[in-house]
Structures are given as C-alpha cells and as structure tokens.
Design a protein around this ligand. Structure first.
Ligand code: SAJ
Length: 421
C-alpha cells in the first residue's frame, strides 16, 4: 500500500483530467478541482469536456465507481498534482528583439488555493510546463500563506512539505496510453521530494522514471520542445531556400535523409499547438542573450504563414476569377485542435488580402473559429471546394484529404504545404 490514499489534481484540462482518471482507475481516491463550474459539471456527469481517444469511457467508469470526484474547491489530500495552463504573455523588451514569456498567474492561483489545506507530510507536484525556477516560486507562494509550515527552499530535506516538478510529455491523441508508458523526468526541490514524487508516479507509470532536481526537470521539458522547434525551423528554412533555387524540398530531404546520421524533419506552413510554438519562449525569457538559435527558430517558424500566404496571393493574382480551397485548419493532422494553428493564420491573412474567394474545409470541426467567421468566411464541403476552386491549398495532411482523385485536381494549381500529395 502506498502512502498516497488521496490525491488532489488541480486543473482538469488536457493533462489534469486524463491523469486524474488514470490514477483513479488504479484505485486511488482522486479529488479533481477546476475553477470552471462548466468543467466540473460536465465531469461530474461522467463526460470529459474535450475529445481524446478512450477518455470518455475511463472518466465515466471512475466517476460512477466514486474514485474520481470533482469540485471547484481544493480539499485536503496526501498529495497535490498541479496541471494548470502556463500560457504566453508579452515579455519585457530585453533589447534583443521583442520577447515573450510565461504567464504564471494560474500556477500562483493554484498554489494559493492549495496552501490553506496543506498539512505536514504533504507532497505538491507541478506538472505544468514552466520556466526554470517556477517550482521554487510555487513553494514560496505557498510558504507566504503558511508560515506555520516549512518548505524545501528554507528547510531542505527537513521541510514539512515536499515540492517537485514532473513535466507532462504526452502527445494529444495518445494521452491515456502515454500517461502510463512514457518515460518521466521527476525533479525534486530536494532528494526526498524527488523520491516521494517517484513513489507517487510509480502507482501508474510503467515507463522509465528518472530522478533529478526541479530545475533540470523544468529545463528538460522546455529543451524537448525547443529541440523539435529548432529542427522544424531548419526544415522550413530549407524549404524557402529550395523555392529560390526551384528545387523540391521534399525530394531534397528524402535524398539527404539517406545519409545514416541525417534525419531532417518536415517543413510545413508553420508550427502550431500549445506546446512547441510556446515553450521555447520560456527558455528565451530566462536567458535572452544566450538563447540565439532557439529565438531564431521561433521567428523562422512564425514567419512561415506569411510566406505561404504570399505564395497564394501571387498565384491568385495571375488568375481571372481566383477561388482558393483552403484544406485544413487544425494545427496538425487528424485532430480538432486549432490552438496556435498556422493554418488559421494563413486563411485569416488570405481573407484580409481579399485577393480570392476562399472555400475553407475542416472536417474535424462544426463551426469556424471566430477569427474566420468574423471575416465573413463559412465552412465548405470538401468535394464542393475541390470542384469549384482553381487553386488548392493543402494546409493540413488530414487522412480525409489524402485520397482525393488525381484527375479532380490535375488542372488546378496545387500548393501543398505538407508535401503530402
Ligand atoms: N511539425 C512540422 N514538421 C514536423 C513535425 C511537426 O511542421 O516535422 C508541426 C506540426 O504540424 C504542428 C507542430 O509542428 O503544427 C507540433 O506538432 P507535434 O506533433 O510535433 O507536437 P505537439 O505540439 O502535438 O506535441 C508536443 C510533443 N513534443 C515533442 O514531440 C517533443 C509532445 O510529446 C509534448 O507532450 C507536447 O508537445 C507538450 O505538451 O509539450
């Protein structure tokens, strides 16, 4: 029997809810909290408030058997898992070009909600992706409200409360499987903090668990996503250079990747999602003079929507009645998630250019995001869009787009930003 009979999960979003449900499914009593009454109501009724494979059945089961209960108020528990958003905010101008940083308001609010119910022996774990030093900040926020308890930044191994960071690293679409099977980096503010967090994760995690300090764990998550961002930026930069030389970047990468130690990623219309397009800024924020490649990669990837838009505008201007079928809006294939999606930005820019009629196709959603409906756009049917358009702009390589009849597009101008056709 482990010493964690009751775990409080603070923040029931994309990470918190699946994590809560997986722990509850292992027989641990989970108290989930979220500041949104709608989220709490929906989960209490056994229904997740977002789509994720296998999550519905799991949540229904653990709510019905009473292992997961949810509320808007944080209650006493043996351990607290914080999985709240850490969005981007405009950062200070560091003199190295405009910079962005992390908004830690949700982490602070979670710390302040947990503090009143803490008792000696509790463990608090931050899972949210955070800049280096955030776990320590969280400990200090709790300490300010609870001068009667000691925390690791003051009392080290002797502290009453243990605090650790264990970043989530799951891939949307495979969250349930990856919560269990991924390797985890577990960083404690002290060794004891790390060991206690390890014993908590061991309840459900089958992947390898590596123990380190909190700062290394914070930086490791940021590094993973910055590594990918930098490598995608390399591919995107190649695509711009190849356009100039009239070379197919896709063929080029295929050739270069024949080398046994080269593995170039895929260029595209830009980098979206709430992770890779965001987290590298947290590294830049903490080391603005030194994070040069990381900052430039962000800028290169962020410039891609403008480059794609310019290509489409140039093509449209050469036609008499240009009609552009914009295929896909989500940030990557086969998901309904539009967060930070470069495809949405491209369609918005094209609409503002007023250079062509736009037919917007996205099979995974039922209504356009406000940014596009406000511009007078409507969702279009795939077959109709392919038939009516003279320019086909493939923005997302959804499975649903892969089998379009070649004869249907052979006389149209195709701009394939994913190299999928
Ligand atoms: N992309 C490219 N070219 C590529 C690969 C991806 O342009 O070769 C684009 C995609 O189209 C998309 C974006 O990059 O717009 C990001 O997609 P992704 O599938 O690479 O990653 P995410 O954002 O869905 O999830 C990432 C994952 N991190 C890594 O792969 C290092 C995931 O493991 C993390 O848990 C997640 O971020 C997170 O929460 O941080």
């Amino acid at each position: 029997m482990n010493s964690f009979n009751k775990i409080s999960v603070v923040g029931l979003g994309y990470i918190g809810l699946p994590t809560a449900a997986v722990f509850a499914n292992h027989g641990v009593q989970i108290l989930g909290t979220d500041t949104s009454q709608n989220v709490v109501d929906s989960i209490s009724a056994g229904k997740p408030h977002f789509g994720e494979p296998d999550l519905d059945a799991l949540v229904r089961r653990v709510v019905e058997n009473g292992k997961l209960s949810v509320s808007t108020a944080v209650q006493a528990a043996d351990a607290f898992l914080v999985a709240v958003p850490t969005p981007l905010r405009e950062g200070d101008d560091t003199g190295h070009g405009a910079s962005l940083g992390a908004d830690l308001n949700y982490v602070q609010a979670a710390a302040e909600a947990i503090a009143p119910v803490l008792v000696k022996g509790n463990l608090v774990i931050l899972e949210s992706t955070s800049p280096v030093g955030t776990t320590e900040k969280m400990a200090r926020w709790m300490a300010t409200l609870r001068p009667d308890l000691s925390f690791p930044h003051d009392k080290g191994e002797m502290a009453d409360i243990n605090v650790a960071h264990c970043p989530e690293r799951v891939l949307p679409g495979r969250i349930i499987e990856e919560v269990v099977n991924n390797a985890r980096v577990i960083g404690g503010m002290t060794r004891k903090c790390a060991q206690r967090a390890l014993s908590l994760y061991r309840i459900v995690v089958q992947g390898e668990c590596k123990v380190t300090n909190a700062r290394t764990a914070e930086m490791s998550k940021l590094t993973e996503n910055a590594y990918r961002d930098v490598n995608i930026a390399f591919a995107n930069e190649l695509s711009v250079i190849c356009d100039r030389h009239k070379i197919s970047v896709w063929e080029l990468i295929q050739m270069a990747n024949l080398h046994p130690r080269v593995n170039i990623l895929s260029p595209g219309p830009g980098v979206g999602g709430h992770c890779i397009a965001v987290d590298p800024w947290f590294i830049v924020e903490g080391a603005p003079e030194d994070a040069r490649i990381i900052r430039m990669a962000r800028q290169i990837n962020d410039a891609m929507p403008g480059i794609v838009c310019a290509k489409v505008v140039a093509r449209a201007q050469s036609l008499v009645d240009p009609v552009v079928a914009c295929l896909g809006l989500s940030y990557k294939a086969d998901v309904d998630d539009l967060r930070e999606s470069p495809a949405v930005e491209i369609v918005a820019q094209l609409a503002d250019s007023k250079v062509a009629k736009l037919l917007v196709v996205e099979p995974h959603i039922s209504a356009l995001p406000k940014a596009l409906s406000d511009r007078g756009l409507e969702l279009a049917d795939f077959d109709m869009a392919i038939e009516q358009a003279n320019v086909i702009l493939l923005l997302v390589d959804h499975f649903a787009f892969m089998h379009v009849g070649r004869d249907l597009i052979k006389d149209k101008f195709v701009i394939d930003t994913r190299g999928a056709w």
